[in-house]
Design a protein around this ligand. Structure first.
Ligand code: BTN
Length: 266
């Protein structure tokens, strides 16, 4: 699989020698974080054919069976205060959309903040984790994990995900190989990393075009509490401005936002 991934990247690509491939590990994010702490270079990418303990946002698990999806984590070292990187997950979502579009000719939509969506179902997700150096106050490393379902048929998903999840095969009819997508994603992240701090406005404007949450009825779920409202806009820092049904307006930075009409929320 490693050679196959490398065959989709130009021979002279600066990140080409930084690929770590594993057949089966608990989580590519966990291995990438370990490597980052040990000093691995920016651009180090960890890819696994299978994850046994793939993780998502909000402590959720991410289903990552052998050979069916792309399970990918990249190490970046932006060396800026964390407050300047609030757009990082949005930027990563744009890189993921670019890569999927490049190899499938279909562009996913984004459900705020980190879900890739095709045909109203979840195609994949993004998990961003970072560490700040306590002495300098700057980000030491950021690990961005991306999981994308490639070749799943309906029966490859556990029963409880079958109404919610999709794959590139199911949503486009095309058998896109995870290796091809991996090659596109490495190149998309390399390009993104060059403009991450200098072209924030462009990145966020592109995110706004791809984000399908704005203008939709949503419910914000925090523990037992559910607040209904309408998503108004995505702010420059990635926050979601919401007009709640009680008339108040608030920018949401975290928490689960369900979008009416998506993933079974009627
Ligand atoms: C989510 O849906 O909330 C995010 C899912 C992120 C899954 C990817 S798969 C590669 C990387 N390793 C992990 O353990 N998680 C991310």
């Amino acid at each position: 699989m490693k050679q196959n991934i490398l065959s989709h990247i130009p021979a002279e690509h600066p990140w080409k020698d930084l690929l770590v491939f594993c057949d089966r590990i608990p989580s590519t994010n966990d291995l990438a974080k370990k490597l980052a702490k040990e000093g691995a270079a920016e651009g180090t990418v960890v890819i696994a054919a299978e994850q046994t303990a793939g993780r998502g946002r909000m402590g959720r698990s991410f289903h990552a069976p052998a050979g069916l999806g792309l399970y990918f984590s990249v190490i970046l070292r932006p060396e800026r205060p964390a407050e300047e990187l609030l757009h990082l997950t949005c930027a990563a979502a744009e890189a993921a959309c670019d890569a999927v579009e490049e190899c499938s000719a279909n562009r996913p939509r984004i459900k705020w903040i980190n879900d890739l969506v095709m045909g109203n179902k979840k195609l994949g997700g993004i998990l961003t984790e970072l560490s700040v150096n306590s002495k300098t106050g700057l980000v030491d490393w950021a690990v961005i994990g991306i999981g994308i379902n490639c070749c799943h048929r309906l029966e490859d998903f556990p029963h409880e995900l079958q109404d919610i999840a999709t794959s590139l095969l199911l949503s486009t009819g095309k058998a896109i190989q995870a290796e091809h997508l991996a090659g596109c994603l490495i190149q998309a992240f390399y390009r993104l990393n060059k403009t991450l701090l200098t072209e924030k406005d462009t990145i966020m404007n592109r995110y706004r075009l791809d984000c399908m949450t704005v203008g939709r009825e949503i419910v914000l779920i925090r523990g037992e509490e559910k607040r209904y409202g309408t998503a108004l806009q995505v702010e420059d820092d990635g926050g979601l401005r919401v007009l709640f049904d009680d008339g108040t307006t608030q920018t949401v930075q975290s928490g689960e936002v369900s979008v009416r009409g998506l993933y079974g929320y009627i």
